[in-house]
Design a protein. Sequence first.
Length: 101
Amino acid sequence: MHRYDTADIRVEGKTIQLAISWRAEPHLTLKEVNGVPNLVLNVTTLCADLFGAFAEYRDELRRNGEARDHFLRTYRETGTVEVKVPAQVAAWKSIVKDAFK
């Protein structure tokens, strides 16, 4: 799970926030917003990089039997996450309300 807001980063007492850009701002650049430096994460760049990493990993799995076996073992160990915190249960039910009819 993650937070609904990004966590600020503090380096030697200086706060840096994260900002999201879809296309306009270059990836991993600094932009000052209301006097606070923001590290820009460009979603388009992140997605392209992620898809590239998936392609590399797919190729590695095709070439390397040991890596493929490790992937299958690890994948089988993942399971269902049980949501138990009442506020989180309510939030999930509101998002997927049609599943609870």
